[in-house]
Design a protein around this ligand. Sequence first.
Ligand SMILES: Cc1cc2nc3c(=O)[nH]c(=O)nc-3n(C[C@H](O)[C@H](O)[C@H](O)COP(=O)(O)OP(=O)(O)OC[C@H]3O[C@@H](n4cnc5c(N)ncnc54)[C@H](O)[C@@H]3O)c2cc1C
Ligand SMILES: *[C@@H]1O[C@H](CO)[C@@H](O)[C@H](O)[C@H]1NC(C)=O
Ligand SMILES: *[C@@H]1O[C@H](CO)[C@@H](O)[C@H](O)[C@H]1NC(C)=O
Ligand SMILES: *[C@@H]1O[C@H](CO)[C@@H](O)[C@H](O)[C@H]1NC(C)=O
Ligand SMILES: *[C@@H]1O[C@H](CO)[C@@H](O)[C@H](O)[C@H]1NC(C)=O
Ligand SMILES: *[C@@H]1O[C@H](CO)[C@@H](O)[C@H](O)[C@H]1NC(C)=O
Length: 475
Amino acid sequence: MLSSRRSLILLLSIISFAVASSSIDLSGLLPQLSPHASVTDGSNLAAQRWTEFDSPTPGATVNVATEQDVLVTVQYCIRENIEFLSQNGGHGWSTTIHLKQNGIIINLGALNDVTFNKAKTEVTVLGGALVSDVVAAQFANQAIVATGTCNCVGALGSALGGGLGNLQGKLGLISDSIISLNVVTASGKSITVTEKDFDLWWALRGSAANFAIVTSVIMRSHPVEAAGLTAWTGPLIFAENKLEELVQAVDELFLKPEMSVSLVFVSSGPPNNTAQVIASVFFYGTEEEGRQAFAPLYKIGPLVDGTTIQPVTRWNDANNSTCVKGERKQTFGAGLARMVPATWREIYKEFQSFIQLSGSANSSVVVNADSLVELRQIPEGSSSFPFRNTINFHAFTVAWYADPALDHRATAYGSNVRDLWRSTSGLKENSTYINNAYGDEALEVVYGHNLERLKALKRQFDPYGRFTQWFSLAD
Ligand SMILES: Cc1cc2nc3c(=O)[nH]c(=O)nc-3n(C[C@H](O)[C@H](O)[C@H](O)COP(=O)(O)OP(=O)(O)OC[C@H]3O[C@@H](n4cnc5c(N)ncnc54)[C@H](O)[C@@H]3O)c2cc1C
Ligand SMILES: *[C@@H]1O[C@H](CO)[C@@H](O)[C@H](O)[C@H]1NC(C)=O
Ligand SMILES: *[C@@H]1O[C@H](CO)[C@@H](O)[C@H](O)[C@H]1NC(C)=O
Ligand SMILES: *[C@@H]1O[C@H](CO)[C@@H](O)[C@H](O)[C@H]1NC(C)=O
Ligand SMILES: *[C@@H]1O[C@H](CO)[C@@H](O)[C@H](O)[C@H]1NC(C)=O
Ligand SMILES: *[C@@H]1O[C@H](CO)[C@@H](O)[C@H](O)[C@H]1NC(C)=O
């Protein structure tokens, strides 16, 4: 029964595949995949990504259903010399992704289980789980796990580049919570990597996309009382003429482990399209503690105070609108050591003028300031995230629009904003968190002082350059 159903699915897949594309022959792979896996042509929904700007145009998508499926797909691609790209949340916006019709996407989406041990001290997150899956599991299991602040982003896609989140002050980077990783290597082997695997352990936590496909990780998790599943959070909206004071206050604010804040510019929407100045505050504790911790911001006098106590399932709600897939989104980022009011005024003007262009009202400017307390207690050399002791603020701007005719305007805008950030960053070198980078940066900008060691490990672990889509380290 199972096998005849399976042959039917196989047959259908082969037919639909043959119709859709003739450039890649996956007929030899199909019989090796598990029953729930499928192959679809490159333009299907599963491959639809956050941005359509310069996005991959694969010849086919393999929708894997088990960790073993990933292994056999990689082995097949190696044997047949087919380029591949793993996809978790599909939010990677880097223009370094160059996958064309001769390549395939390995869609990890169905590998989305998040399961805890009995004591809730460890959690297994599969390679296709989204932040929303981790969030739902935290609530259901009454446990806290380090994760990102946008529901739609890949949990590992974000974690494996380092991983920023609002509990960073208590838990460190998201990748700092990893205990072990199940990966498929560039030589087509399935292995488990722990701290005993000195080099790979170091490289994967910060630069995984260049070394392996991570099919699952075990992470530390923290069982909590009911109150531990809530935080005080929400937007404070300021008059535009308070911008300088606000930037200064954010620069000077000491972020205790419970705190995080982001400064955001968004459009008020049509017809006026005025850039709004918002400080989005987060305190892992009570309202009273939160208000006190953010007193310097309250002193400036917000026009609107949207803060309240929220359960973990609501913490990321404000970012749902950023999650929407499709349309064009060119995203430029920069790391900062300090916040300079005059620079932010210039950026405000650039943003105000960009959002007057037709269809660009969903654009945004965001700078994340998470507490650095725990991050900086963890040694610099413990993982390949290079900016533990340099970057204090992670900024990016999303130039979001629909009409390809605006591509050049958006590139000029984003690049200009990035120049402004860099001009007063307070850093010795231009440095950008890899997951926030545009794609045109010199490799030193995203890998910092780790570049040479990473390149040497690349030669050792991926000599034929199988993983080349993400700020490639290949020669
Ligand atoms: C709306 C939005 C919110 C964001 N919020 C945060 C945040 O809170 N914290 C943060 O740190 N970052 C955040 N980011 C940045 C985010 O980390 C990057 O965009 C990241 O690349 C997205 O991962 P993904 O899985 O969604 O994308 P994908 O495009 O699926 O993956 C990005 C890259 O990682 C590789 N990859 C994905 N999964 C794996 C895996 N299992 N093993 C090996 N390689 C893999 C892919 O091959 C690709 O090269 C945000 C981005 C957006 C667009
Ligand atoms: C998402 O929202 C939180 C709090 O509302 C904020 O701190 C964070 O910066 C936002 N993240 C992004 C990527 O917009
Ligand atoms: C738009 O601008 C006009 C003129 O400045 C103002 O009267 C109106 O209240 C604004 N509308 C909104 C929704 O902000
Ligand atoms: C935000 O998105 C999540 C799913 O990712 C959903 O559960 C939640 O209800 C959304 N919140 C709002 C306010 O739309
Ligand atoms: C912006 O996003 C909203 C919903 O997220 C959508 O309805 C709207 O059409 C988008 N585009 C513009 C130009 O505002
Ligand atoms: C940083 O980037 C800017 C362009 O954005 C460039 O002018 C500057 O020289 C760079 N600085 C360093 C130290 O490389």
